[in-house]
Design a protein around this ligand. Structure first.
Ligand SMILES: Cc1cc2nc3c(=O)[nH]c(=O)nc-3n(C[C@H](O)[C@H](O)[C@H](O)COP(=O)(O)O)c2cc1C
Length: 333
């Protein structure tokens, strides 16, 4: 299946693994790229630019396919050494960067000068248009369903994606709620050029997280996520647990006077304990509503192959009865 995204990134399948804090290590990124998708290392999970340089080398040892690095720009009292991370990416020969969070404009010139393609993750049409106007090559359009930070507009993908298709000229992938061949075909129908998955890739054999985390995703239903930090305008979709209930109780009690310090115990620095040690209730952790569609823990290749086979079957067996052009397997979708 060729789309503008497979052509832009030189990949076989239009499936991207979004950057994920303490999940997007070399093992997962390489597994996704080896399966024909685009794997992405999460830059800021590496504590220093030197550590990121090592992780990029490790990934290159594991795959000869294209892979990317995620750089998340968040407001921070002491910002990470972004120039250092960018240097590590350029010197590491990485050719694709997924940016997320704040407007990445200030950081684009060195990346573009190094011939790096930028895909910016956005939760609204206006942010996607901004990304297009500042020279990003593609957008990852993240609907309200998504794990992590869905923004504050609360527009689900059935509206957001066609709106993006109406407005954008650059290619974009559908992000948030994507799990299987049905998601891929639906995303293409809504105007996207592929899919970006976060939560689904955590429940794979190669994801370097504790087995209890994978099992929690298999056990969870679509009813089991909650939104935290809404009063701070930093909304995050997380899997419900005891820590999440505590955060929500504090939000109700403190109302608009709540500050980050009030919930730091449940939110700050908890990812290693949860994802690596498997202490699931140690704090809040991102998870999409798509957990309701996760029923197994396949290898990454099994997952990617299954998505492509399902998508093809849907097009050939179900949609063909409606539209003969769906048969045109050659050229672009
Ligand atoms: C555990 C977890 C950690 C994440 N960490 C990041 C991150 O550090 N930077 C980022 O840009 N997106 C992050 N995301 C968002 C994903 O890249 C992706 O956009 C999102 O998961 C898509 O929605 P889905 O989970 O429904 O597939 C994270 C998501 C999860 C589930």
């Amino acid at each position: 299946m060729k789309t503008r995204i497979t052509e832009l990134f030189g990949i076989e399948h239009p499936i991207i693994q979004g950057g994920m804090h303490y999940v997007g290590f070399a093992e997962l990124a390489a597994a996704v790229s080896n399966a024909g998708g685009l794997g992405i290392i999460t830059g800021l999970t590496q504590r220093t630019p030197d550590a990121l340089a090592d992780e990029i080398r490790r990934c290159r040892d594991l795959t000869d396919k294209p892979f990317g690095v995620n750089l998340t720009f968040l407001p921070a009292v002491t910002p990470p050494d972004y120039p250092g991370y960018i240097r590590a990416i350029i010197e590491g020969g990485v050719k694709i960067v997924e940016t997320a969070g704040n407007n990445p404009q200030k950081w684009l010139p060195p990346l573009k000068a190094a011939g790096i393609k930028i895909i910016h993750k956005c939760t609204s049409v206006r942010h996607s248009l901004k990304a297009e106007s500042i020279g990003c090559d593609a957008a990852s359009v993240d609907g309200f369903e998504c794990g992590g930070h869905p923004g504050e507009d609360d527009i689900p993908n059935f509206i957001l994606l066609p709106r993006a298709a109406e407005s954008l000229r650059i290619p974009f992938v559908a992000s948030g709620g994507m799990a299987d061949g049905r998601s891929l075909v639906a995303a293409l129908a809504l105007g996207a050029d592929g899919i970006n998955m976060g939560t689904r890739f955590i429940a794979t054999k190669e994801a370097p997280v504790h087995d209890r985390v994978k099992q929690a995703l298999v056990d969870a239903t679509e009813l089991d996520t909650r939104l935290v930090m809404r009063p701070l305008r930093n909304t995050e979709r997380v899997l419900n647990n005891a820590a999440v209930e505590r955060v929500l109780a504090k939000e109700r009690a403190l109302g608009s006077s709540i500050t980050f310090a009030d919930i730091a115990e449940e939110v700050a620095g908890v990812y290693p304990r949860i994802l690596q040690q498997g202490e699931l209730d140690a704090g809040v952790w991102s998870c999409g509503m798509v957990a309701g569609l996760i029923h197994d823990v396949p290898t990454v290749r099994e997952l990617v192959d299954r998505i492509m086979a399902e998508a093809e079957a849907i097009i050939r067996e179900r949609l063909i009865t409606f539209a003969n052009f769906a048969l045109n397997g050659q050229g672009r979708v």
